[in-house]
Write a protein that binds this ligand. Structure first.
Ligand code: SME
Length: 137
C-alpha cells in the first residue's frame, strides 16, 4: 500500500522550497479546478492567508489562466484591471498552468513584493516544476 507523505504535503513542500530559495517569491501556491465546475479552489500554499479560496474561471489572473491555458506574467499588478488583490504588499504575479495529460487541471501562482521581477527564466523553471508536479497526479 501507499505510504509516506500525501500529495498535498508534497505540494506544500514544493511551495516552501520555492519561497525559501527565490527571494522574490513571496507567496507560492497551487489552485486546482473544482471537479467539472468552472472554478478554481486554493490548494497547498505558503505565505499570507488569503480570502480567495474560490476563484471563478475568467476572474483575476488565476481565473484567466484557467481559460487561456497560457502563462500570465504581471510585472505590475496596479496596471491590471482584471486582478484580485490578496495583499496590498503584492506588486507582481506569475501564474503558470499545470497540465496533466494535456488537460489544464490547475496552476502554480506566485506573488512578489518586488516590481517586475519575473523573467522568461522563471517561466521555463515553473513550467519544469509543473511537469514534475504533474507526475503526482
Ligand atoms: N491575484 C490572484 C488571486 C490569487 S492571490 O494572488 C493568492 C488573481 O488575480 O487571480
Amino acid at each position: 500500500t501507499e505510504t509516506g507523505i500525501s500529495r498535498d504535503d508534497k505540494l506544500k513542500n514544493i511551495c516552501q522550497l520555492l519561497s525559501d530559495h527565490v527571494d522574490y517569491y513571496d507567496w507560492v501556491g497551487f489552485y486546482f479546478r473544482n471537479g467539472d465546475k468552472e472554478e478554481l479552489l486554493l490548494g497547498p500554499y505558503v505565505g499570507a492567508a488569503t480570502d480567495h479560496t474560490v476563484i471563478p474561471f475568467g476572474k483575476g489572473i488565476c481565473g484567466q489562466v484557467a481559460v487561456s491555458n497560457q502563462n500570465f506574467v504581471v510585472p505590475d499588478v496596479k496596471a491590471q484591471d482584471n486582478y484580485i488583490a490578496c495583499s496590498l504588499t503584492v506588486k507582481s504575479e506569475i501564474v503558470v498552468p499545470l497540465f496533466v495529460n494535456g488537460i489544464n487541471i490547475g496552476q502554480i501562482d506566485i506573488d512578489s513584493h518586488v516590481l517586475d521581477p519575473f523573467t522568461s527564466e522563471d517561466e521555463r523553471f515553473l513550467e519544469f516544476v509543473n511537469q514534475e508536479v504533474a507526475q503526482l497526479f
